[in-house]
Design a binder for this molecule. Structure first.
Ligand code: G1P
Length: 292
């Protein structure tokens, strides 16, 4: 069955970026000149998925406005001869179909995903966490979809992380699968644990914010009780799913930035700016001049 929907949970409070996020969603913080969340939405579009389901919350209206058509602004830009900019704005709102559902209290990622159930229904779907920006010629999600279409099972993006940072992630225990199409990159997941201490971590293979899930996740999530941090964790739902069907971990190709963290946000800003054809040269020159 084709993957036609991508769920983007955006209800989180963004406390790590206060005070910047006091009156605006963290997903709207810009990396260069594009809000964080737009990187994820563009990855969905580039992977050929036609619909995004946002799980939003209070104070997140700016996200809806961002992906909506702004007739006044377009008219204004057209009047001033800024056709390029007008077209760019039009592209954002016409890229995909968007649907919104609200999570009333931020009870955790697992609860956010469950909130989207009535819009996703009984079909496989993708989940993207917009804090994780992944840059690669073939989008991470598209790489994962290929595996889903070959296996018919859930696929989770994974990456090796330093041992001392395992407690920031969901960590998997897995058995490498011999696979000709992506040698060394595919794991059959045997167990998962959310934010373990380094002593309890079964490996240093961390879950990164890209998932392709089969509809069996609904049942697997329905009896999850609050876990790490007192939240309903997606990782705990996935652990339940493991008991009923295979789940794969995939070491994706690409560079990942943790834009949910201040240092990661700055790294993404610098590297994405350096890669921009309109900015890169001047910015590189500026950075060199700092002699740090
Ligand atoms: C979430 C997931 C975690 C995953 C991480 C990836 O955690 O719960 O399993 O490793 O995203 O970014 P969060 O960063 O929202 O605390």
């Amino acid at each position: 069955m084709r993957i036609r929907k991508a769920v983007l949970p955006v209800a989180g409070l963004g406390t790590r970026f206060l005070p910047a996020t006091k009156a605006q969603p963290k997903e709207m913080l810009p990396i260069v000149d594009k809000p964080l969340v737009q990187y994820a939405v563009e990855e969905v579009a580039a992977s050929g998925i036609p619909m995004v389901v946002f799980v939003t919350g209070r104070g997140k209206q700016a996200i809806e406005n961002h992906f909506d058509l702004s007739a006044e602004l377009e008219q204004e830009l057209a009047g001033r001869g800024k056709e390029d900019l007008r077209r760019q704005l039009r592209k954002i709102s016409s890229m995909l179909r968007f649907a919104y559902v609200r999570q009333q209290t931020p009870k955790g990622l697992g609860d956010a995903i469950l909130t989207s159930r009535n819009l996703v229904e009984n079909e496989p779907f993708a989940v993207l966490l917009s804090d994780d920006i992944i840059v690669n010629e073939v989008p991470c999600l598209k790489q994962m979809m290929k595996i889903y279409y070959r296996t018919g099972h859930s696929v989770i993006a994974i990456q090796r992380v330093p041992r001392n940072s395992v407690s920031s992630y969901g960590i998997i225990r897995g058995r490498q699968v011999q696979d000709k199409e992506c040698p060394g990159r595919l794991y059959r997941i045997e167990d998962m644990i959310e934010k373990p201490s380094p002593a309890d971590a079964p490996s240093n293979l961390a879950v990164i914010g890209r998932y392709i899930l089969t509809p069996a996740i609904w049942k697997a999530l329905s009896n999850v009780v609050p876990g790490a941090g007192g939240e309903i964790q997606l990782t705990d739902g996935l652990k339940n799913l493991l008991a009923t069907e295979p789940v794969y971990g995939y070491v994706f190709e690409g560079k990942r930035y943790d834009a949910g963290d201040k240092l990661g946000f700055l790294q993404a800003t610098v590297e994405i700016a350096l890669a921009r054809p309109d900015l890169g040269k001047a910015f590189r020159k500026y950075l060199r001049s700092l002699k740090i």
